[in-house]
Design a protein around this ligand. Structure first.
Ligand code: COS
Length: 378
């Protein structure tokens, strides 16, 4: 993969236009008022970009993984919170696409493809974050049904999603091979969401707990065989960590674009900031790092599309490189704007706060390094 196809370029152009016209104008307000970006959801759904990864046989666009990361990157360039609409739809639905029965796929995926529903992914718990296999949420068979009890934590887009992919223990003695994956609907009895977390960034995207109190779901809502849920959850992350890399690249590019505009306008000591070589070198480093991260993100996405053996390594590498780049670039963008950059009159302080989460969610960058090392030393 050394060049994007014409189709990929066309996706970028279309999503950039939608993002700049219909999402960017509301980004600061969503952050300031911690409100969900309804305008972005409408714009993405109206144009069919809210979940383009859903295969055609489930009424989706059937776009490849590279097109999907381009969509997320372009939306994140103007609003990271809004980019979680396509990103979380992929995260929540990927366990179903990878491992669910045909009937369950038909039951859930068309509603995501049409934009009627969104879907979130529920793996983490308060005491089971990086060590995801130590989860406590349980699912027990009762007749034809499954009954879930427990609490999931830090669930992105909880409350706005209709569907939830939930990992729960079905055989406590079998450790990670005793975890199963299920699909829960917001209307299932015994399901509820907690209050919104108060966060540093991505304030437009609600993050909540999920509560399961004797939550009863039909037997056919299990994803794959009992005991395969943890592997499905990890295989999903191989496919979706590049999307977080894409989000990070988009945030970084957005910050660089603002910084370039600013240094060409602002004058000090009788000349434009852009004429100072120290600042030119900062800009050059920022752009160089973004380009390297972008290339690795696309490479990782292409590897997941092909099912390459090293896709897990590349997914973790792309997510780590891109998120560390986003943190550095957004911090430098604030620096280039100086006092102005530290205020909410410019978007770079929001971008810096939003960038931080990309080093944390879908596995901290410490866990990514563990995944990379295990894959190299195996
Ligand atoms: N795809 C499929 N199966 C995988 C896999 C992958 N990418 N990686 C590991 N497995 C399998 C292993 O082969 C093992 O199978 P066996 O028991 O049959 O040998 C099983 O899954 C358990 O793997 P492992 O022993 O490596 O599990 P650990 O408990 O050591 O955990 C880490 C592995 C730490 C990598 C995992 O818990 C993780 O990714 N943690 C971070 C979780 C995360 O990203 N949270 C964010 C939530 S989403 S916002």
């Amino acid at each position: 993969m050394f060049a994007l196809t014409d189709d990929h370029q066309a996706v970028r152009e279309t999503v950039r236009e939608i993002s700049e016209k219909q999402i960017q104008p509301f980004a600061a307000d969503c952050d300031e008022n911690e409100r969900y970006p309804v305008e972005a959801q409408k714009a993405l759904t109206d144009s069919g970009f809210q979940a383009i990864h859903i295969p055609e046989q489930y009424d989706g666009a059937g776009a490849d993984a590279i097109a999907t990361v381009i969509v997320i990157e372009e939306v994140a360039r103007v609003c990271a919170s809004s980019s979680l609409i396509p990103a979380v739809n992929k995260l929540g639905s990927m366990p179903i696409i990878l491992s669910a029965s045909e009937e369950l796929k038909q039951q859930v995926l068309p509603s995501i493809a049409s934009g009627e529903s969104m879907i979130s992914y529920a793996l983490s718990e308060r005491e089971a974050g990086s060590d995801a296999a130590s989860m406590r949420t349980k699912a027990v068979r009762d007749g034809d049904d499954w009954v879930l009890n427990g609490t999931k934590a830090w669930i992105t887009n909880a409350g706005v999603s209709d569907w939830y992919t939930v990992m729960a223990v079905t055989d406590p003695d079998a450790k990670s091979n005793g975890i199963s994956a299920f699909v829960v609907h917001r209307d299932d009895p015994g399901f509820s969401v907690g209050s919104k977390e108060r966060k540093l960034g991505i304030k437009g995207s609600p993050t909540r707990e999920l509560h399961f109190e004797n939550c009863r779901i039909p037997g056919d809502r299990i994803i794959g065989e009992p005991g395969t849920g943890f592997k499905t959850a990890l295989a999903t992350l191989d496919h979706t960590r590049p999307t977080i890399g894409a989000q990070a690249v988009g945030i970084a590019q957005g910050a660089l674009d603002v910084a370039i505009g600013y240094v060409k306008e602002r004058k000090q000591f009788g000349k434009q900031l852009a004429e100072f070589q120290a600042l030119q070198f900062m800009i050059a480093d920022m752009a160089m790092d973004i380009e390297a991260a972008r290339t690795l993100v696309y490479q990782a996405a292409a590897a997941t599309e092909r099912g390459d053996a090293n896709k897990g390594f590349l997914a973790s590498a792309a997510k780590t490189l891109a998120s560390d780049t986003a943190m550095r670039v957004t911090t430098d963008a604030v620096q280039l704007l100086g006092g102005a950059g530290y205020t909410r009159d410019f978007p770079v302080e929001r971008m810096m706060r939003d960038a931080k989460i990309t080093q944390i969610y879908e596995g901290t960058n410490q866990i990514q390094r563990l995944v990379m090392a295990r894959s190299l030393l195996r």
